[in-house]
Design a protein around this ligand. Structure first.
Ligand code: ATP
Ligand code: MG
Length: 295
C-alpha cells in the first residue's frame, strides 16, 4: 500500500539532506553552468509569482494550512529584495513579513522561541521571517559572549548547549508542521567576494550609502565562524517537515526565481482546493438567489 508521505519535500539540487552530509564548501554561490540567463530568470520569476498569487487565494479559502518561509543569510546576500520579489503580486492581506533584530530586554526575559512564536502566520496565510530564531544558533554561536544577557539558569554544559538548541528548534518545527504549518527555509548563500563587491558599491554609489553599515564590515571578519555555524545548523535542522535550501546568491535573478519555484512547487503538492458546498447549503443558496432576483 503506498501512502503519501506526511511531509512531501520539493526536490532540488539545493535541498540540504537530513543526514548531516551538507558542506558549505561544496554548496554553490553562483548559478550552475548552463543556467538560463538573467532575462529568462526574470520571466520565470514572473510566472512563479503569478502562480503563487493564485495558490495563495486557494490557501486562504482552504483554511487548513499556513505557510512559514524562513530567510537567513549573511549581510547583503539579498534577503529583503528576494522577499519583495517573491511576494509582489500576492494580496497583502494574505501575507506578513517579520524582521528579527537584536532582542529587546523584554524578549530576553523569555525563552528564545517566544518572540517568533507570536509572529507565526494564521491558517490560510503566508508568513515570512526575515531572520528568525535561527539567529540564536548563528550570530549567537559566533558571539557566545551574548548568551550571558539571556540569563539562563546555571549548570549548562557548553558542548550540549548548542545540541539542545537545535533539538528545541527541531521539536518546535515538528510541532508546527503537525498542526498544519508548511515550513520552508532558505539560506541565501553569497560568496565572501560577492559580499565585498556589494559593500563596496554601497560605499561608492551615493544612492546606496544608506544601506551601508560599518558593523557589517566587522561581522565579515567572522566569516569562517559563520560558515561553520550555518553548516552545523542546517545539518541539524533540515528535515522533511522543515527542509532547508541553500540557494546560490551571487546572482539575484537566479536566486529569486529558484526560491519562488520551490515555494510554488511545495504549495502545489498541498492539493489545495476551494471548500465544497454541501447539498443542503447548495439548496439554501438556490432559494436565497431566487429571493434576491425577485426582490
Ligand atoms: P538590513 O541590514 O538589510 O536592513 P538586517 O536583517 O541586517 O537587514 P539589521 O538591523 O541591520 O537588519 O540587523 C539585525 C541584526 O540583529 C543582525 O546583525 C542580526 O544578527 C541581529 N540579531 C537578530 N536576532 C538576534 C538574536 N536573537 N540575537 C542577537 N542578534 C540578533
Ligand atoms: Mg544589516
Amino acid at each position: 500500500m503506498s501512502r503519501k508521505p506526511p511531509f512531501p519535500v520539493v526536490d532540488s539540487p539545493y535541498l540540504v539532506p537530513d543526514d548531516g552530509s551538507f558542506r558549505v564548501a561544496r554548496s554553490r554561490t553562483a548559478p550552475p553552468k548552463g543556467a538560463a540567463d538573467d532575462e529568462a530568470q526574470k520571466a520565470l520569476l514572473k510566472q512563479h509569482v503569478e502562480a503563487l498569487d493564485d495558490l495563495q487565494k486557494i490557501l486562504y479559502a482552504h483554511d487548513r494550512h499556513s505557510v512559514l518561509l524562513v530567510f537567513q543569510a549573511m549581510d547583503a546576500a539579498g534577503k529583503d529584495s528576494t522577499i519583495r520579489a517573491v511576494l509582489t503580486g500576492i494580496n497583502p492581506a494574505g501575507c506578513e513579513v517579520h524582521s528579527f533584530k537584536r532582542p529587546t530586554p523584554k524578549e530576553l526575559d523569555h525563552d528564545f522561541l517566544w518572540r517568533a512564536t507570536q509572529k507565526l502566520p494564521e491558517r490560510g496565510r503566508i508568513g515570512v521571517f526575515n531572520r528568525s530564531y535561527y539567529e540564536e544558533v548563528l550570530v549567537v554561536k559566533v558571539h557566545p559572549e551574548w548568551i550571558g544577557a539571556q540569563r539562563l539558569p546555571p549548570g549548562r554544559h557548553p558542548k550540549r548547549f548548542w545540541k539542545h538548541r537545535y533539538e528545541s528548534i527541531r521539536d518546535h518545527e515538528r510541532h508546527l508542521a503537525r498542526n498544519g504549518t508548511v515550513i520552508l527555509k532558505f539560506w541565501l548563500h553569497v560568496s565572501r567576494e560577492e559580499q565585498r563587491r556589494r559593500f563596496l558599491s554601497r560605499l561608492d554609489e551615493p544612492e546606496k550609502n544608506w544601506k551601508f553599515e560599518a558593523a557589517d564590515v566587522a561581522e565579515r571578519q567572522h566569516w569562517d565562524a559563520y560558515m561553520d555555524a550555518y553548516e552545523d545548523a542546517l545539518n541539524a535542522t533540515s528535515r522533511d517537515h522543515a527542509p532547508w535550501y541553500a540557494i546560490p546568491a551571487d546572482s539575484k535573478p537566479y536566486m529569486r526565481a529558484t526560491v519562488a519555484g520551490i515555494i510554488v512547487e511545495r504549495l502545489r503538492q498541498l492539493d489545495l482546493h476551494y471548500p465544497t458546498v454541501d447539498p443542503e447549503a447548495a439548496a439554501r443558496y438556490v432559494a436565497l438567489r431566487k429571493q434576491l432576483v425577485e426582490e
